[in-house]
Design a protein. Sequence first.
Length: 577
Amino acid sequence: MTSKSTEAGLKELREARRESRGLYWMVGLFSFFANLLMLTGPIYMLQVYDRVLGSRSEATLIALSLLVLFLYGIMGILDYTRGRVMARAAARFQSRMDARVFDAVIRRSVQGHNDRAQTGLADLSSIRRLISSPVLVAFFDLPWTPVFLAGIALFHPWLGLLAIAGGGILILITLLNQVFSRRPMMGAAQAQNASSRLSEELRNEAETVQAMGMRQAAFIRWGKARTASLEEEINSTDVTGSFTSITKSIRLFLQSAMLGLGAYLVLQNELTPGGMIAASILLGRALAPIELVIGQWQLVQIARQGWSSLGELLGEMAPEAKRTELPRPKARVEVKNLTVVPPGERHAVVKNLSFSVEPGEAVGIIGPSGSGKSTIARALTGVWRPAGGSLRLDGATLDQYSPEALGQHIGYLPQRVELFEGTIAQNIARLQEAPDSERVVQAAQKAAAHDLITKLPGGYDTPVSTASLRLSGGQAQRVGLARALYGDPVLLILDEPNANLDSVGSAALNAAVREMKADGRSVLIMAHRPAAIQECDKLLVIDNGSPVAFGPKEEVLRKTVQNYQSISRVPGQEAAQ
């Protein structure tokens, strides 16, 4: 039984599929005439064996052959058209769902649930492949199987009984195939996903694997996952392959049996030779869709699983309601009794936290590792939703802003800066296809990244796939800082911003904070290193997710830190650790 949320997701998929009803009706109409034209072969054989050979008329044979050539040409055009129409229906379905599924995948991943998120787009592709595959067209031909079987019975009841018995056996095999192949296919898919996840993790951390001599151990671990995946895939292939082989053998035997029985009836003068050949051809036409469905059942099963999984994903990640567009906010942040439970966890990392930031202020949030600083950053950016309390930007809770609008008002520099496929300029401009060059350069200059970017082979147009090999951690962090500063945000959130910065980068960071304050913006800095809080007006000290102290920087440092005088030095003079 499906839950209400899953049913809502499946309803979305059905509605998207329903948009191509006209195309499906067109395929059904083409299938009607294509299957009618499949009678061309049997009728031709009847005429050749029962009329042409008896009359020995070459003119009749030529006329019939030309007519058959024309009819088969029409049938080929119809088959070709059916395939093209289904390909377009598949493309329409995927195009209709691409944005929705992509959005659901991102939101699901942000919440820390990567199970269905990792396969969401792959599930959509599996459904598209099924719609455009010959096996779905075969489903349009299946209703004609009883018609062809009944046509065989018109030649002789015994032939009809043989055809119906054979068709029943193949249908039974189809059902057994569905039952016995479901579990192996699901196991193969799960094992493949696990293997892919591990290989992606190892690839992303290739430098660590290489530097620390972990290649052999990593290969052994990946090899186990890969072997498990291959074993499951072999089991799945064995099951489906067995049913495919059985189906093919039975179909060939049935056609031979049809010829044998037909020959016997001819000898008994109960059937003509043309009827014998025509019945054999009709049987092949009748059983062809069944054989195709069984042979391609793995594709059907994968698509069915994808349909179900995608329905659950879309149901859990319901479309976000449209929000009234709010005016550009002032840089006033209010946090009241904030409680945050990270996605996938049960215990709160941040508890009952309250503080405020006024326009033109910079607030530093300090505390030991694991105290909840990064959690606060994720909550303030709207990535993680509060489990309790409220977060307000200029009086409005963060959920009153759409994610796109909120992202334009907030600049965020995470601890680990990841650059995306594209140019340096596109990365700074937050992946815009046509970045505003002036704003890109301005943001890079504020982050002291302009000089290092211009020294790259392509400058701002250097592809990241090339530049990432040349950028140090500090350089990448400066590009990330430029990205955070791009677009004139009212609130800048920096999570360990100078973890990889040198003195030049730290000076640029402090200059950017001063400029934000001078323009009436707000800055929140999560930090361990004293240099990061030089420009802060206030400090919030947290421990184990709870506030310890909040107030003017000097006052808080005096109360909580023994060497506060060294920490309070002028900007650029970091205290000895």
